[in-house]
Design a protein around this ligand. Structure first.
Ligand code: HT7
Ligand code: ZN
Length: 880
């Protein structure tokens, strides 16, 4: 397969001003007629005689230029495309293509999901619909007519506004849609089905009424209100925080069951994976409620950051994704607990993005090359990309950042641009030099910061010395430093912030108590004056940059920070750091066969948190969670999976035993009956605390807790409590109650796919119920369907990513199981196959024996014939 390089980017030689599409959908297949008004691009880098169009798995039925049918010598079918020979400067190209949506299992282009037709065109799916210039810098006005059976497909949708509809003979009908905004074809969408609509309305800041319409299969009509409320909140937030107003008369959301990712921001017609949009209290957990709020917002925000201003090429993907994740994270922080949102995001970044960036697929936020773009919808593009935007925000401050985003949207509205254009707008609006900052876009790897500090009692100065380095994946060290916003404070021994005076002349009274330091050199010293007593530094507050920071604190300092740090994120992080140290200590003893003991100070710290009257419950619920096995593996040079698993469980159980009465009280205190389910963050925090306490108590085999869990399971009035009690039972050693609960749960919910997905992943992700044999059995269960990505993620994904000791069993059978399924999925759905293979690519983290077993499976996959580009790229880059 061919590698595509950013350095080879050329402007498109042709442009398409108008795209008129006509779809005829039937049970036999679809016929697509296109009329493209094409002209040469006056700004093109080259002027070829021929026009090359992208096209994959299409049957060309007819082709004409300016109304004249082309003979065989006028065009040539080439690999993945069509060459139209010797074209003029301006012409109308008409094509008729036939496609088979029913046979489309890769879920790109036009496909069928249950009884409906739908599309997924990003990144390069449009070329599976018709021949086209399938690249984001070709922006066109689309008019789309859909013809289909009126009874089977009463609803026919596309982008923009509906302009015409009518009946045809033989029980067929048509609808025509016109999108007034020029857009790249990756934002095209079509939906046809027997769907119900739930309607709402929004009045924009300028007083325009926008119809909001959510389309779902009839059985889901009571699962729409949360998404619609989230949509209205997002529309309002984007007006208030970014000054961005919605621009069409209608905004549509469609839920589909078969979808490769979470959702898609098609202009005016967002398509969602059902699991990311449908919710009602008895079927969706709090986590799902919050995920839906975030994803609805994310897709809506793309209307400006992605659609109105789009990407020039796919190397710029983070231009829209990083910025939009930053926007949706700020939205979620405003709607919920800001500290908890930050904790969750940093947890994901440090666990999974750092691992990606240290692995074989490591790439910069703006990659320099790729084989298959679908492989680059990564944590680096999304999450690290959002961190990079967040760093600009922290360097500029809220006001200048807003000036920058206003300038960016104004300057580039209707254009396809680059991450450089984004940074330039931020620089021009703020006057802050971001030249060095741009390095974040082009270099892979996670910088490491070493912190050193000194307090001089006589001079009353505190000196902070920061050094940075960045190990690249090639094993060398990046020489040039990054521009790092390093958020910093000093705490006195009561936990109060001390004024930070860097310049002797500064007025003490106006001195800030928190600073964002511009850390731009490899080594840099910052000095603070008039510090009367030895302070404790508060470093990288709020995780102000995506870096690893070497731990500089003693255990006592960490304990102090756990109860006194004024930055919520750092307070939580102090607890994590302490727990990591203690689990590692226990893991070492376990590996050596020595006696296991847990530092009593950790237990006392948790006791202090549990009895605290003042701590915020949302933060407390996060502080009571130990670092995950995945994070502990990520932090290890060579991970001893079994030792980590046992040590973490030992620490958890020791804490739970010691704090049994506090945990029972915590459970009872947060049990209070609710009038009605509410997904506000305070209610969520209470449920979360209660359920964490329950899980801890059950993990130590507490009989009283078993009764509590069984009662909660039988009487729960919402899915959060029902599934939490199921999870607690599944992860306990109460075998009979566990099996009974799993059976009852399935019998109750088997008709609801979103709940069944949870049922599958709870079992497969648990070491207690998810043995490899059990997982294989589930793959023959009526609830499983290998063609449905959600089911694949719930079973195979949960086993390989969450049930870590079982997947990494030294017998290698977990690895072979994953490889078998990657091979199977390679044919059915390459995008899903290549995502699924990720855990095998992380072989470097494990012992030699496991490394060999993992690599053997990667080689087995690579030896397969007809490997997709998707799987080929990931596997070939992962083999030593
Ligand atoms: N922009 C969307 C990306 C997406 C996608 C990419 C590849 C294959 C399938 C896909 N479905 C959606 C989603 C988003 O980031 O908003
Ligand atoms: Zn996105």
């Amino acid at each position: 397969p061919r590698t595509i390089f950013l350095k080879d980017y050329k402007k498109p030689p042709f442009l398409i001003d108008e795209t008129v599409l006509h779809f005829d959908l039937s049970e036999q297949g679809a016929t697509v007629k296109s009329r493209l008004s094409i002209r040469r691009n006056p700004d093109a880098d080259t002027a070829p005689q021929d026009l090359y169009l992208d096209g994959v798995d299409l049957e060309l039925a007819a082709i004409a230029i300016d109304g004249v049918e082309l003979s065989g010598s006028g065009y040539e079918l080439i690999a993945e495309g069509l060459r139209v020979i010797d074209v003029a400067d301006n012409f109308l190209l008409e094509c008729e293509t036939r496609i088979k949506p029913h046979e489309n299992t890769c879920l790109e282009g036009l496909y069928k999901s249950s009884s409906m037709f739908c599309t997924q065109c990003e990144a390069e799916g449009f070329r599976r619909i018709t021949y086209y210039l399938d690249r984001p810098d070709v922006m066109s006005r689309f008019t789309t007519t859909i013809v289909a059976d009126k009874n089977l497909y009463p609803i026919l949708l596309s982008n923009g506004n509906q302009v015409e509809r009518g009946d045809l003979d033989a029980d067929r009908h048509f609808v025509t849609w016109e999108d007034p905004f020029r857009k790249p074809c990756y934002l095209f969408a079509l939906v046809a089905g027997d769907l119900l609509n739930i309607d709402d309305e929004y009045t924009t800041m300028s007083g325009r009424k926008v119809a909001l319409r959510m389309f779902v299969e009839p059985q889901n009509k009571d699962k729409c209100s949360h998404a619609l409320n989230s949509l209205k909140a997002s529309m309002k937030w984007d007006e208030e925080v970014y000054g961005r107003e919605y621009d069409l008369d209608i905004f549509m959301i469609v839920a589909v069951d078969d979808f490769n990712m979470g959702a898609m921001e098609n202009k005016g017609l967002n398509i969602f994976n059902s699991s990311c949009v449908l919710a009602k209290p008895d079927t969706a957990t709090d986590a799902t409620y919050q995920r839906i709020e975030a994803i609805v917002a994310h897709e809506y925000f793309h209307n400006w950051s992605g659609n109105r201003v789009t990407c020039r090429d796919w190397f710029q993907l983070s231009l829209k994704e990083g910025f939009t994740v930053f926007r949706d994270a700020e939205f979620s922080a405003d709607m919920n607990s800001r500290t908890v949102k930050r904790i969750e995001d940093v947890n994901l970044l440090r666990t999974a993005q750092f691992a990606e960036d240290a692995g074989p697929m490591s790439h910069p936020v703006r990659p320099a090359s790729f084989i298959e773009i679908s492989n680059f919808y990564t944590l680096t593009i999304y999450e690290k990309g959002a961190e990079v935007v967040g760093m600009i925000y922290r360097l500029l401050g809220a006001e200048l950042f807003r000036k920058g985003s206003d300038l960016y949207f104004e300057r580039h509205d209707g254009q396809a641009v680059t991450t450089d254009d984004f940074v330039q707008a931020m620089q021009d609006a703020s006057g802050k030099d971001l030249t060095q900052f741009k390095r974040w876009y082009d270099l892979a790897g996670t910088p490491v910061i070493a912190v050193d500090y000194e307090y001089d009692q006589d001079g009353q100065t505190f000196t902070l010395k920061l050094s940075q380095s960045c190990p690249s994946t090639a094993g060398d060290v990046v020489e040039k430093p990054f521009h790092i916003p390093f958020s910093f404070a000093l705490l006195d021994n009561n936990g109060c912030n001390i004024p930070l005076i860097q310049d002797d002349d500064a007025v003490f009274a106006n001195a800030p108590t928190e600073l964002v330091l511009d850390f731009v050199k490899t080594e840099q010293i910052f000095t603070f004056q008039h510090i009367e007593k030895r302070p404790i530094p508060s470093l990288l507050r709020g995780f102000s940059a995506p870096v690893r920071i070497k731990n500089t604190y003693s255990r006592d300092e960490l304990l102090f920070l756990m109860s006194n740090e004024t930055d919520g994120f750092n307070r939580w992080d102090a607890g994590q750091k302490l727990a990591v140290e203690i689990i590692r200590e226990v893991a070492e003893s376990y590996a050596q066969g020595a006696e296991l003991t847990v530092d009593q100070r950790l237990i006392e710290a948790y006791r202090g948190l549990l009895v605290s009257e003042s701590i915020d419950k949302a933060l407390l619920s996060k502080m009571l969670l130990l670092p995950t096995e995945s994070y502990l593996i990520e932090l290890s040079e060579t991970a001893n999976v079994d030792a980590i698993h046992h040590a973490r469980n030992f620490v958890r159980d020791t804490v739970a035993k010691a704090l049994k009465s506090e945990l029972l009280k915590c459970y009872q205190d947060n049990l209070e009956a609710e009038t009605a389910y509410s997904a506000d963050f305070r209610s969520i925090a209470k449920r979360s605390l209660k359920n964490i306490a329950l899980g801890l108590l059950l993990s130590i085999g507490d009989a009283e807790a078993l009764t509590l869990a069984e009662t909660q399971f039988a009487t729960a009035e919402n899915m959060t409590d029902e599934s939490a009690s199921l999870i607690a039972l599944v992860n306990s050693d109460f075998i009979a109650p566990r099996e009974a609960a799993l059976e009852t749960f399935y019998a109750k919910w088997k008709a609801d796919p979103q709940v069944v997905e949870q049922w599958l992943s709870i079992q497969c992700g648990s070491v207690k119920s998810g043995s490899l044999e059990a997982v294989k059995r589930l793959m023959s269960h009526e609830a499983f369907d290998i063609k449905n990505p959600n089911k694949v993620r719930s079973v195979i994904g949960a086993f390989c990513n969450q049930n870590i000791v079982s997947f990494h069993n030294a017998n290698g059978q977990g690895y072979a199981f994953l490889a078998d399924n990657v091979i199977k999925l390679n044919k059915l759905n390459p995008q899903i196959a290549s995502r699924l293979v990720t855990p095998l690519t992380r072989w470097k983290k494990f012992d030699e024996q496991r490394q060999a077993l993992m690599q053997a499976q990667l080689k087995r996959i690579l030896d397969e014939e007809n490997l997709s580009k998707d799987v080929y790229e990931v596997v070939s880059k992962s083999i030593k």
